[in-house]
Design a protein around this ligand. Structure first.
Ligand code: PEP
Ligand code: MG
Length: 292
């Protein structure tokens, strides 16, 4: 079975009815793609940009962010690359940005909430991304979006960043702007967001739906992405994508869980983003789903 998965790694994945299933990769640093061929994937479905914001270091400037985004996108050789804006807070504290005194950081000022509260830092990241987007098929994704007004505020900020760069005479492009669906309110209300695409974050969506933290082992059994309530929220997101005619993907750990892949395909998902080491196995699971 392992040899078969290895053989499938370099090939595109299809269901038996001919439906193409995109298999993208998740990365959390450039080291994750070192020695890895872009041929194994249809692109990078999630770049967690937190690696740039190292503990104890000053916030990264625009040039260092631009260089990092360009290098990752160049590796993809024309394939799409989805950069998630800084998802600080909760399980990902960032010195100088997150507030260590919050009583419950998972329900606090994290992800997009924090970026909107610190627009001076957010603007630097958006400038670097819109400049890199001139050269590569880059998409921007917002984490922890809860209500449509947050998305609208981020979208307006992106417009302002692009307008500022144009005024300066700096080359830039406004790429598609999408959102993680990882808060139950966002999954239930997905239709109301002006997102260009959705990506289901099953790790946080499960945590917030089941009220069981992703990092507390004593409640690990409750942190179950296959619970019908979580699957229903994923299904609603797929439905919202169909109605709004925008792509829906999943980039949480559930996409790399062989027991869950058939259920995700059954929900109508046609794009899965997984750690590079799981690509072959996920493609094998897609192929065997096609054979039932
Ligand atoms: C998720 O929440 O499922 C996700 C993909 O993002 P992260 O694990 O970085 O929170
Ligand atoms: Mg998340």
């Amino acid at each position: 079975a392992n040899a078969h998965a290895e053989e499938l790694e370099a090939k595109p994945a299809f269901l038996s009815d001919g439906t193409r299933i995109e298999v993208m990769i998740n990365i959390a640093s450039p080291a994750d793609i070192k020695g890895c061929s872009p041929e194994i994937c249809d692109g990078i479905g999630l770049v967690r940009t937190e690696f740039l914001f190292e503990p104890g270091h000053p916030l990264p400037n625009e040039e260092s962010q631009y260089a990092a985004y360009m290098a990752i996108a160049a590796w993809a050789s024309g394939r799409p690359v989805t950069f998630r804006t800084l998802d600080a807070g909760g399980d990902k504290p960032v010195l100088g940005l997150t507030d260590a005194s919050e009583s419950n950081p998972f329900l606090g000022l994290r992800g997009l909430r924090l970026s909107l509260a610190r627009p001076e830092a957010f603007r630097v990241q958006l400038r670097a991304l819109t400049r890199a987007a001139v050269h590569h098929d880059i998409r921007i994704m917002l984490p922890m979006v809860t209500v449509p007004s947050e998305f609208a505020e981020a979208s307006a900020l992106l417009d302002a960043v692009v307008a500022g760069l144009v005024r300066e005479g700096t080359a830039c492009r406004r790429p598609p702007l999408g959102m993680m669906v990882e808060v139950p309110a966002a999954a239930l209300g997905a239709l109301r967001f002006a997102a260009d695409f959705y990506s289901i974050g099953s790790n946080d969506l499960t945590q917030y739906t089941m009220a069981a933290a992703r990092d507390i082992s004593t409640v690990a059994a409750l942190h179950d992405a296959s619970n019908p309530a979580v699957l229903e929220l994923m299904g609603r997101t797929v439905g919202a994508g169909r109605v709004r005619k925008v792509p829906v993907s999943i980039c949480g750990d559930a996409a790399a869980d062989m027991r869950l892949v058939p259920q995700l395909l059954g929900l109508g998902l046609t794009s899965l983003s997984v750690p590079p080491a799981f690509v072959g196995r996920v493609k094998a699971a897609i192929e065997s789903f096609a054979n039932v």
